[in-house]
Write a protein that binds this ligand. Structure first.
Ligand code: GDP
Ligand code: ZN
Length: 327
C-alpha cells in the first residue's frame, strides 16, 4: 500500500547538515535533534557545477512530513533552503564533466598535520595546502606532530619552519600523540569550532583525533593500498561532535582540497607575505620573476620572505603545473 502523508509541519526549522549522501542528508537542529531529510528541488551553486546539492556543514531550513507507514508513524524532513556558504572545499571529479563535489561547507578552520620526518612533509606540500586554504578563506593552523621522535637536526628545522610560518601569520603548534605533549592546546584551539584535519597519510591524523575524542574511530587511514581503487567516489564526508564542544569533519580518502581555477596573477594573492610586499613593486602586474625593481625579490634577498615560499610560488606559477588544477 502506498504511504499516506498525514501531517506536514510547515514551521521551517534551522539545522546543520552533519552527513550527506546525495539525495539524503542527516541534520541536527537547534534543539539538538537529529533528523533525516530529503532534499527538495534542485539546489546548485552558481559559480561551479557541482554534483551534490547539500554538503556537510551546510546550514539549512527544513519542514517535517509525518507519514503513516502501515501503522508506523515515520517522520522525515524536507530541506527547502540552504543558507549562503561562508566557504566550502571541493573535489574535482575524475571524469571530463568538470563537475565538482563539495566536500564540506562553512568550515571555521583547518589543521594541517605536518611531520618533519616519519614521513617528511615538504614545504612545497605545506605551501600548496596553504594557498588552497587561502583561496577558500579557511584559516589554517600548522601542527607539527611526532615531536617525540625529533633529534637535534629535526628540532632546528622545526624552529626554522615555525619562524617562517609564524612570521606570515599562521599559528604553529607542536604535538606528540605518543607523550601527549601539546594535545591540550590543540583541544582548546578546536573547541566550539568546525574543524577539518588534513595532512599526508601516516602523519598521525587519526591517532590525534582518537585522543581528542576517544571512540570516534575515524576512517582517516582506512584506505589501504590494496583497497585504493573505487573507494573515492563512494565516500562522503561526515561531521562528528566533540564532547568538549565543536565538530571535526572527516574526509575519508581525500588528501588535498581541489583547487579552484586560478589565474597566474591570482596566485601571489594567496601568499600573504608576497602579496603585502608586492604593492611596492615597480610594475603593478609584476609577476616577481624577471621584472626590474621587484620588491618581492628584494625582500627575499633581505631575508624578509623565505626562499622556500618563493620556490613554492614559482612552482605554482608554471603554466603546465598539473597540480594547480587537480590539487
Ligand atoms: P594518519 O594516516 O595521518 O591518520 O596517521 P595515523 O594516525 O594512522 O598514524 C601513523 C603512525 O604514526 C601510527 O603508527 C601512529 O601510532 C604513529 N604516530 C602518530 N602520532 C605519533 C606521535 O606523535 N609520535 C610517534 N612516535 N608516533 C606517532
Ligand atoms: Zn615584483
Amino acid at each position: 500500500m502506498a504511504k499516506k502523508y498525514i501531517f506536514v509541519n510547515k514551521n521551517l526549522k534551522k539545522a546543520r547538515v552533519i552527513k550527506s549522501t546525495g539525495s539524503w542528508a542527516t541534520v541536527k537542529n537547534d534543539d539538538n535533534q537529529i533528523v533525516d531529510c530529503k532534499i527538495k528541488g534542485n539546489f546548485r551553486l552558481k559559480e561551479i557545477k557541482n554534483t551534490n546539492p547539500v554538503a556537510v556543514g551546510d546550514l539549512v531550513e527544513y519542514d517535517t512530513i509525518e507519514h503513516n507507514d502501515n501503522g508506523t508513524i515515520n517522520s522525515i524532513g524536507l530541506i527547502h533552503k540552504i543558507e549562503k556558504r561562508k566557504n566550502y572545499i571541493i573535489r574535482k571529479s575524475q571524469n571530463l564533466s568538470k563537475q565538482a563535489h563539495i566536500i564540506a561547507a562553512n568550515i571555521d578552520q583547518a589543521f594541517l598535520i605536518i611531520t618533519i620526518n616519519f614521513p617528511l612533509t615538504t614545504t612545497t606540500f605545506i605551501d600548496r595546502f596553504l594557498v588552497s586554504a587561502e583561496a577558500y578563506s579557511i584559516p589554517v593552523t600548522l601542527v607539527f606532530n611526532k615531536i617525540d621522535r625529533f633529534d637535534k637536526k629535526h628540532i632546528d628545522k622545526l624552529k626554522l619552519l615555525t619562524k617562517t610560518y609564524e612570521n606570515i601569520g599562521y599559528k604553529c603548534l607542536q604535538t606528540s600523540a605518543k607523550t601527549g605533549e601539546g594535545i591540550d592546546t590543540l583541544k582548546t584551539e578546536m573547541t566550539d569550532k568546525i574543524n577539518v584535519v588534513s595532512g599526508h597519510s601516516g602523519v598521525g591524523k587519526s591517532t590525534l583525533i582518537n585522543i581528542l575524542q576517544p571512540g570516534l574511530n575515524l576512517k582517516t587511514n582506512e584506505i589501504s593500498e590494496s583497497h585504493k581503487t573505487g573507494k573515492h567516489s563512494t565516500t562522503f564526508a561526515e561531521m562528528f561532535e566533540f564532547d568538549f564542544g565543536g565538530y571535526i569533519i572527516d574526509t575519508p580518502g581525500i588528501k588535498a582540497y581541489g583547487m579552484l581555477e586560478m589565474e597566474a596573477w591570482e596566485i601571489s594573492h594567496y601568499f600573504p607575505e608576497i602579496f603585502k610586499v608586492s604593492k611596492n613593486c615597480q610594475f603593478q602586474n609584476c609577476s616577481h620573476t624577471h621584472e626590474p625593481e621587484c620588491a618581492v625579490k628584494t625582500a627575499i634577498k633581505n631575508g624578509e620572505i623565505a626562499e622556500s615560499r618563493y620556490i613554492s610560488y614559482l612552482g605554482l606559477l608554471e603554466k603546465d603545473d598539473k597540480h594547480r588544477a587537480a590539487f
